[in-house]
Design a protein around this ligand. Structure first.
Ligand code: ZN
Length: 134
């Protein structure tokens, strides 16, 4: 039950319009998709860096998870997502080891992936996501 790679790094930003040009101009990356995930009250912008993606997260609602995160901590790294071959097994395996889960079962995330979050209190302070195709 080992991750195959870092699927993406989620970064909370105040505004995609302000942040996307940094990734494009300074880092030379190409924004290949902008997608709204209404469930999570965010708009996301994606960049590829090798096998890994950068996922910028802009809140669409101050009461949503990213809105609250920015309110508390300001913009910055929000979560780390590991690619797993089987997300439900990976979540179960973590739970069996006493890890507190945010998602007991996978749900649908951006790009049609199956995703599930582990609670940062159980993951050394890093909000951790498992994701994969199922
Ligand atoms: Zn994510």
């Amino acid at each position: 039950m080992k991750p195959t790679h870092i699927e993406h790094i989620g970064i909370a930003v105040s505004s995609l319009e302000e942040s996307v040009p940094y990734y494009e101009k300074v880092l030379g990356l190409e924004c290949y998709a902008i997608e709204e995930v209404t469930d999570q009250k965010v708009r996301t912008a994606f960049f590829r860096v090798g096998e890994t993606k950068i996922e910028l997260l802009e809140s669409t609602d101050p009461e949503g998870p990213i809105g609250k995160f920015i309110e508390r901590k300001g913009p910055g790294v929000h979560h780390l997502a590991f690619a797993m071959e089987n997300v439900s097994e990976a979540l179960q395996n973590a739970a069996d080891q006493g890890v507190r889960l945010i998602d007991e079962v996978p749900r649908k995330g951006a790009e049609g992936l199956q995703i599930g979050f582990l609670h940062p209190k159980s993951t050394q302070g890093v909000l951790t996501e498992f994701c994969g195709h199922e």
